[in-house]
Design a protein around this ligand. Structure first.
Ligand SMILES: [Zn+2]
Length: 305
């Protein structure tokens, strides 16, 4: 083969390969959404999350490097219901990428189509707390909502790449059947903790509790985003004792001092429980999140209250 023919075939390869190689650029606000996007997008997308799983998703200081990712993003996915209202809108404005602004093709709000709990009746009601005025934004903790989010992402990716609709459908179907298998496994695992009484730090768990049958009795924060007063702590301690609450679930980004004190005073077990993929190094997929969380809860039963 002459050098010219080698060069010609190399050029031809580059020309035909480049449209296949160009991956959709996806930026998500949280690692849970990134994990779900990976399930559906596979190796056809490049995805990065702005918040890390060990950060409080309500309050994130985004690194400037994310602006560069947002500038070239094809698709931006947020949790919505004002979870990220303190930081995502200003990032989107600064990124100056028209395509990913709300209402445009490259913007996806993951809450659409999900089962949303604690919606304020009669409009926005700030008395429900500072940070959950539109309903509870921690809805990804119900695997049924995980599936709804995966479907929305598949629909969106297919809009971008109709030629690859089959690939996204196949990935979605694989995710759905794996989820159905895991649901059976999880249902068996949670039978000993059905009805378990828990107090959580933040109101992060209503969807999780509804799905897996936990009873969330109260919160260490009197309202989402509001720190506990001494009077609230006193009444909470009395309630935990009276109702024989087994476990305090505390998200890893809160100071453990107060939960530790409450645990000492009441005998309830303190369980640091991450609500997000990436909250601990080994939690890399959406399935890992439930595997790890449910194991922690069942382990907490060992030795009794
Ligand atoms: Zn919250």
């Amino acid at each position: 083969m002459t050098i010219r023919r080698v060069l010609a075939s190399f050029l031809l390869l580059c020309l035909t390969a480049s449209p296949i190689m160009a991956k959709l650029q996806v930026v998500t606000t949280t690692e849970d959404l990134a994990a779900l996007a990976r399930e559906v997008g596979g190796d056809r997308i490049d995805v990065v999350s702005i918040a890390k799983g060990y950060q409080d998703p309500h309050f994130v200081e985004a690194k400037p490097s994310y602006l560069l990712r947002l500038k070239k993003a094809d698709l931006f996915i947020q949790v919505g219901l004002e979870l990220e209202v303190g930081w995502a809108p200003s990032l989107l404005t600064s990124a100056r990428n028209e395509r990913i602004l709300p209402g445009n093709a490259g913007f996806l709000d993951a809450s659409e189509g999900c089962d949303i709990l604690q919606k304020a009746s009669g409009g926005v009601d700030r008395s429900m707390g500072d940070v959950h005025p539109l309903g509870n934004p921690h809805f990804w903790l119900d695997p049924g909502n995980g599936l709804a989010i995966a479907r929305s992402i598949a629909r969106k990716l297919t809009e971008f790449e109709p030629d690859h609709a089959q690939s996204y459908q196949d990935n979605l179907a694989r995710f759905e059947s794996r989820l159905a298998e895991k649901e059976k496994e999880w249902a068996a695992l949670v039978s000993p903790i059905k009805g378990m009484k828990v107090v959580t730090y933040h109101n992060s768990w209503p969807n999780f509790a509804k799905h897996f049958g936990l009873d969330v009795v109260d919160f260490i924060e009197p309202k989402p985003g509001i720190p506990a007063s001494p009077a609230h702590v006193r009444s909470l301690v009395a309630k935990i004792k009276a109702e024989k609450v087994s476990v305090l679930l505390v998200e890893p980004y809160f100071d453990p001092k107060l939960p530790e004190k409450i645990a000492r005073e009441t005998g309830a077990k303190l369980v640091v429980f991450t609500p997000s993929v990436g909250g601990r190094g080994e939690i890399k997929t959406y399935f890992d999140l439930f595997d790890a969380g449910l194991k922690l809860l069942t382990d907490s039963l060992q030795g009794g209250r």
